[in-house]
Design a protein around this ligand. Structure first.
Ligand code: SAM
Length: 360
């Protein structure tokens, strides 16, 4: 995968299950696109859905065919034509909900702009404006926004000496931070993206794969699709909250406009549509189960469906199983234990267990 997202990815397990799948696979909680990519690699058509535009961007660069040479040329062009910017802050970038409550994962900062030194902030802003100006295909443009987002963590005060990516998923500026120069960060991301695009064949948007920014609980599912997904599990990772770090930058650019060209969709960052446990958003465990239930009712008639759940509390696991059984009827359950994939998040470094539910 080129661009990372939070959470664990039981890649081996997904690939194994995919061996027996043949048809159009739909993943309505698509995240970084791991399942969709596996479906495509196994010769299926695939439909990706996520409510989070930043997740969509991650999935896009991971999956879609991008002209590597054109991408690198335009990346260089951005860096050669940087203009001076005198801004210091991003619009509406406070780490608070509209109800006045702080983000659940907010620690020692008030707004996203604070995560950047003046010097890096201005360089980043001028890179972003440079990407806006470049004339190229919408696919390459999205990939440039991807490379820009990939530089943000490194160029921020969240970055510590020996850490490359956002390993502690909260809004926290460590005392000993050591950000990388923004231009160097972008340059090295462009190179990394270039090599990935060159090595991977990539898939054609609309022909091999559909990538949509939508709410999984209001989508109209075709019953012949094969549903294969791992829904957000309670409060494990605050995807939308953390993605806000990127969204407030993207929102200052032409990103939304280009997404519209590619998908026909006018998009927004709808934090309240996310299925997640977050007390500050007013979503407790019961409300989470209600939202999940809405999704289960929507997908009731689909004939073949796989749900992959990560859990580490027996009580939650039982609640979810009971709910799925109530909605879908006859289900099969398997407990699968996987080795840890990647040490990420507060609960990282343990063994994780997954269950999958399959309608027989
Ligand atoms: C566990 S992650 C999926 C991980 C994914 N398999 C991957 O490879 O990264 C859950 C995803 O569900 C998305 N999500 C949460 N509520 C949603 C909703 N109502 N509609 C669509 N997507 C939603 C989140 O944005 C998040 O990306």
């Amino acid at each position: 995968m080129l661009m990372r997202y939070w959470g664990r990815k039981p890649l081996k397990l997904i690939d194994e299950l995919m061996e027996n799948i043949n048809g159009t696979v739909i993943d309505p909680f698509g995240g970084a696109g791991t399942i969709v990519l596996s479906a495509l690699k196994h010769g299926n058509r695939a439909i990706y859905i996520d409510v989070n535009p930043y997740a969509w961007l991650v999935a896009f660069v991971n999956i879609v065919k991008i002209d590597a040479e054109e991408f690198r040329r335009r990346g260089d062009e951005v860096l050669e034509n940087l203009s001076e910017i005198r801004k210091r802050t991003l619009r509406n970038d406070y780490l608070y909900y509209s109800n006045g409550k702080p983000f659940w994962k907010k620690r020692n900062a008030e707004r996203v702009s604070q995560f950047f030194s003046l010097n890096n902030f201005r360089k980043l802003y001028s890179i972003l404006k440079g990407i806006d100006r470049v004339e190229t295909s919408p696919e390459v443009k999205i990939a440039l926004y991807g490379a820009f987002c990939s530089s943000l963590f490194k160029a921020s005060k969240m970055k510590r000496e020996n850490a490359g990516s956002w390993g502690v998923p909260s809004y926290w500026i460590p005392k000993k931070h050591k950000e990388v120069d923004a231009i160097e960060a972008f340059k090295s991301e462009v190179e990394r993206f270039y090599l990935y695009f060159k090595r991977n064949k990539g898939y054609r948007l609309h022909e091999d794969v559909e990538l949509l920014i939508k709410n999984a609980t209001s989508f109209k599912y075709n019953n012949d699709f094969i549903l294969f997904t791992d829904p957000p599990f309670f409060d494990e990772v605050q995807y939308m909250e953390l993605s806000f770090f990127y969204w407030v930058w993207l929102r200052e650019s032409r990103f939304r406009e280009i997404v519209k060209v590619l998908t026909g969709q006018s998009i927004d960052f709808k934090m309240y549509n996310e299925i997640i446990v977050n007390p500050n958003k007013g979503i407790d465990h019961n409300k989470y189960l209600q939202l999940l239930d809405k999704f289960l009712r929507k997908t009731k008639k689909i004939k073949r469906k796989y749900l992959l759940f990560h859990y580490d509390k027996e009580e939650f696991k039982q609640k979810v199983i009971t709910l799925v059984r109530e909605r879908w009827g006859k289900i099969r359950i398997e407990n699968i234990e996987i080795e840890k994939q990647r040490n990420i998040g507060p609960k990282g470094g343990k063994k994780y267990i997954l269950i999958y539910l399959l309608l027989s």
